[in-house]
Design a protein around this ligand. Structure first.
Ligand SMILES: CC(C)(COP(=O)(O)OP(=O)(O)OC[C@H]1O[C@@H](n2cnc3c(N)ncnc32)[C@H](O)[C@@H]1OP(=O)(O)O)[C@@H](O)C(=O)NCCC(=O)NCCS
Length: 178
């Protein structure tokens, strides 16, 4: 995990542990009300805490992000956020880098994400993809999203477009697609 300084302020990322879950929950909740981030319950965060990386500054957690593993062909960056008071200090970039090294550690060939701020991620090597290139994401989350047919999020990838999906389509998928 990275250590160093940004604008003279010490900052570091590290893998999250269970006692971090409450603060991670608070950070995500600040941006889930308006749909910027998917809401995550405290129970869900605890269950998936090993997916998370946290950003620390002065011993306090000021940011977080998660890497969800679908399989060797795909992982997804989720729930990435920095405390509004601490943004623009390089923390977001550190989180993305830390999550990308997690993906590398697992030899994942494609990292994806859905976002409304593609400019932020394109600076870190992500390129725009089609939603249809990522059926696993659709089968996991999008099919139950009220904005399925008018999604305003841009799909982005870093790496090779996955050639298969590991998750089955939802049972009533044809009805949903119509
Ligand atoms: C997106 C977010 C994590 C960025 O964190 P941050 O600590 O402010 O980002 P950084 O300071 O590391 O910025 C890194 C670079 O991206 C740029 N950047 C930051 N936010 C940006 C944005 N919203 N749009 C475009 N570029 C952005 C910065 O200018 C900086 O550029 P530089 O490297 O040329 O200096 C933070 O703004 C946030 O928590 N936003 C609300 C939640 C959210 O939108 N999460 C993403 C959901 S997909």
């Amino acid at each position: 995990m990275s250590r160093g300084a940004s604008n003279g302020r010490p900052m570091r990322t590290r893998e999250a542990i269970l006692p971090d879950a409450e603060q991670v929950h608070v950070l995500i909740a600040a941006y889930s009300g308006d749909g910027t981030l998917l809401p995550r319950s405290l129970a869900e965060i605890c269950e998936n805490i090993r997916d998370f990386v946290v950003l620390e500054y002065g011993g306090r957690i000021i940011g977080c992000g998660a890497l969800h593993l679908y399989g060797p062909h795909l992982a997804e960056i989720r729930s990435i956020t920095v405390d509004p008071k601490r943004q623009s200090g390089g923390g977001g970039k550190r989180l993305v880098k830390a999550l990308l090294s997690q993906a590398e550690k697992h030899n994942v060939t494609c990292v994806c994400l859905f976002t409304r701020i593609p400019e932020f991620f394109s600076r870190m090597g992500f390129t725009i993809a089609s939603h249809q290139d990522l059926p696993d994401k659709i089968h996991k989350d999008c099919y139950k999203c009220p904005r399925l047919h008018y999604c305003d999020e841009v799909a982005m990838i870093r790496g090779d477009v996955p050639r298969f999906a590991i998750l089955p389509a939802p049972i009533n998928w044809l009805k949903i697609e119509a």
